[in-house]
Ligand binder design. Structure first.
Ligand code: PEP
Length: 263
């Protein structure tokens, strides 16, 4: 089944970058590009995920943009509500700051911070309970791909959250397929391989939920202006989660343009 009717999303994951002055420049550069050459909201949703520290400031900076650019949290606590949990930021605290989106399951969180299925499920559950939209990242390692396990690993990661996502809540899920070997390495999955995995994810989602055909499935892994057009042309690739290239306003803008043109 093709997911081409889905409005694309382009989301920049700034990770532990940049310093304040560069972030200001990045935001004003992007606002300027969007003002001079608008990308319609209905053609492509846009979001950026700055550090927790900068979330509110960046959100305020974008409030004067000529179109909506969502601010996305890179992480959320496994603990709900408020309380004595030093260093944590709960889904309710994000909601209280009008943050409506959160990344969960990024491979850097899974690998460096040992976030396993029970932890990720708690995060997804609390985020959805606080009415956040979850951009849930999945992806296989190089070894898993070479062993022919890529599809099984990715579909299992999606099935993992099925126990905590209630029927109607699938409308608040965006999937980001990010083969781990393609993140920050300059290697991109070929459009054919990426499309093949996205089609499998789409098939899996339609078996899990009646909303399966409407869920945006983003591709992530060294997306840049040079490969965005080809990726955007794939019917089941509904946008991109962009790391490195999102730290440059023009590159991020060009990637957004590539996906907007598919509409
Ligand atoms: C990411 O970390 O989500 C990512 C896709 O990074 P990059 O674009 O730098 O590979």
């Amino acid at each position: 089944m093709s997911g081409s009717a889905v409005t694309p999303w382009v989301v920049g994951n700034w990770k532990m970058n940049p310093m304040q002055a560069e972030a200001k420049e990045l935001v004003s550069g992007l606002k300027e590009l969007l003002k001079n050459n608008p990308i319609k909201e209905e053609d492509c949703y846009l979001g950026v995920a700055p550090t927790m520290l900068a979330l509110s400031a960046i959100q305020a900076d974008f409030s004067s943009a000529t179109r909506v650019i969502y601010t996305v949290a890179q992480n959320v606590s496994i603990i709900e509500g408020t309380g004595a949990y030093t260093g944590e930021v709960s889904a309710q605290l994000l909601q209280d700051q009008q943050i409506k989106f959160v990344l969960i399951g990024h491979s850097e969180r899974r690998e460096i911070f040992s976030e396993n299925t029970p932890i990720l499920n708690q995060k997804v559950k609390h985020a959805l309970a606080a009415d956040l939209t979850v951009i849930y990242c999945v992806g296989e390692s190089l070894q898993q791909r070479e062993n022919g396990q890529a599809e099984q690993v990715v579909l299992q990661q999606i099935c993992d959250i099925a126990s905590v996502v209630q029927a109607e809540q699938w409308q608040k899920i965006v999937i980001a397929y990010e083969p781990i070997w393609a993140i920050g390495t300059g290697k991109t999955a070929s459009p054919e391989d990426a499309q093949a995995m996205h089609a499998k994810i789409r098939e899996g989602l339609t078996q899990i939920t009646p909303f399966g055909a409407q869920i945006a499935i983003l591709y992530g892994g060294s997306v840049k202006p040079e490969n965005a057009v080809e990726l955007a042309a794939c019917p089941d690739i509904n946008g991109a989660l962009v790391g490195g290239a999102s730290l440059n306003a023009e590159s991020f803008y060009k990637i957004a343009q590539a996906f907007a043109h598919t509409k």
